[in-house]
Design a protein around this ligand. Sequence first.
Ligand code: DGL
Length: 419
Amino acid sequence: MRSCLRLIWCVVLAVVASAQEEVVASAVAHARAHPQGDAPASFVVADYRRDLRDLPIGVFDSGVGGLTVLEAIKAHDRHHNLTGAEGADGVPDFAGESFVYFGDQANMPYGNYSAVGRTDFLRELVLRDALFLLGRRHARGAKPPVKAIVIACNTATAYGLEDIRSAVKAWGVPVIVVGVVEAGAQGLAETAEGAQGGVAVLATVGTCASNAYPKAIVKVSGRPVRQLGSATLAAAIEGDPSVKTPIRDIIRAEVGAFLRSASADQAVTIDTLMLGCTHYPLVADEISEAFAYWRDQPDADGRKPYARLVAPKLKQVDPAAWTAEALWRSLHGAKMRVEPKSTARDLFFVSVPNPAWPGVGLAADGSLTYEYKYGRQPGQVGREDTINVPLTADMLPAPTARLVREKLPLTWKSLQPAR
Ligand code: DGL
């Protein structure tokens, strides 16, 4: 009986693995079939047969969350720019570099594809994001290719980092590929500052389902991890009009439910919060407040049931700065840093639904319907049911624009139109 079950399990794993390989193989074949970059989701092969140093750095997320990573990269100063030696020199480490940012807003939340069994489709989306950055086309004109791809999205890193790495290897494209999850775990290990208790990973449902953070954290620190997966918070931060509950209330309710279950399991005291979704640094204060609120909340008997579970001082780890450092080290190691002289502007793009695509499911507000968005199958990396257009600050919903303006000043500045 046991060996029979083992056999079935091995067959299931083999089927899943071959479906995953299929996603990468078909993206690789598609791009290879269009070496001139003349089809959607393809790039000009010749662009990657020359010196890449002067090209911009590509950064992508499912939406605006990755802007928190872009901000951290722009602010990063941990090295002497001329020598590369360790130590801040007052000049940002990426001074002179320019960036191409892409937010796949039309297809987000990425975090919800796993709940409907569509991680293969998500992995195709992530490969498509990488191809967009490598290529020269957007829906309204031309863009430059990139020398590095920063996956500024935990969900995309969890499901797609290895896919992008194997695809660029198969294409023979020497771009740097960096994700946020290992960088975040490394940051946690390097900045423990006495915190040795439990780690709460706050992330999307999809990132939690992948177990990427528990694996990475246990590997570098051995600390106990509990996960809090949210299906709505990233979309709320993105300004999704279908989310009616205020952000603060969503966070408070979800942290309350998380602590109730941790308490039932007699979990260890949590002293560290991992911001495992790139949208969350934008609401970091609200997250801390929610934990502090529940810590002090008395029950009917006047006891504080969560006081033991939440340390009085909580440390937050934002993987963004650690991702910036990982990027710097990779570019430096590959001698692909640009001299601080370039004046090229950053470019920003966002995906929008394409009403001209046959069979596309559009809601009254023009967004993809839930059924359409989460009902798609992989196998068509060049599909254009969404297209990528330039993003400017005035396209952001007002609350999102306020968050970016207040919390990400460097990025906000580069999002403004050229004068
Ligand atoms: N910002 C993404 C992340 O870091 C998630 C948002 C989404 O679900 O699309 O995981």
